[in-house]
Ligand binder design. Sequence first.
Ligand code: F6P
Length: 328
Amino acid sequence: MSQSKLKKIGVFTSGGDAPGMNAAIRAVVRTANYYNIECLGIRSGYNGLINGEVIKLGPRSVKNIINQGGTMLKSARSDEFRTEEGRKKAYEQCRAHGINALVCIGGDGTFTGAKVFSEEYGVQVIGVPGTIDNDIFGTDFTIGYDTALNTAVEAIDKIRDTATSHNRVFFVEVMGRDAGFIALNSGIASGALDILIPEQKDSIKDLFQVFRDAAKRGKTSSIVVVAEGEKMATTYELAEQTKKEFPDFDIRVAILGHIQRGGTPSCADRVLASRLGYGAVEGLRKGLTNVMAGIQANQLVFTPIEDAIKKHNEINQDLLKIAEILAL
Ligand code: F6P
């Protein structure tokens, strides 16, 4: 799309929410306004696009949200948009409201929808990576990851206090359906004895050995951080199996869950979201489509949405080694 045709854009958040999404919306709206581009907010992700739930957004509509968790536009995972019929309705709404470009803030599900939609109907789309999981290729960090990580570390620190007082073993589950970024980094930051992530093949025997070695070194309490998507077993099963092997262990499980998705976004997330929201509008102005805005090596970059969906951010192997060495 040429620059002159970019008159009205729609922005929405979709998929699991992430702290900093509001800061991204604000950046999109204010950058658009700076360039005299109208901006409509679409509520509840693709469902709102299908149902025409749009609101006009100007610089003042996004005041006082940079510091708010959640998303003022609400978010959803839309089954209807997966259907041709749903996407047709969405396109009709785009036409009815004069929207010729979309900024889609979310994760890989959001980007898959955007890609299909733009290929079917030629609507210009640009993705902004917003998910606490940090599992999107094409950006060093996703919006919400830093905040979630800090939330997890704060919670694990508290668990450590009580674990130490009672000489207990805690299995702490953190979010990450398919990715271990939160687990690995929160585990290192909180001094976990072991960290179990889906990207690594784990074995229960190895885990038991870690416990034995720790006992030999005189450890009386320990924390094992488990990613939600760990493949070996569920966190409760791991705790049960460990109890069978070590009947003397006093074991507890803590599932941190959705607290990791909420809360005031960290400074890093606000700055990242501001840069990406701005970058998305700049990308649209350049005529880019079917790409995702990301930050790599501190530079704004655009990655084909297809790559962002198909490829994966690799876990840093050094971190795994560091985690093992420092747990001694
Ligand atoms: O994708 C982000 C995420 O928080 C994952 O870590 C988690 O598995 C999932 O969303 C939870 O989704 P829901 O909020 O639908 O239960």
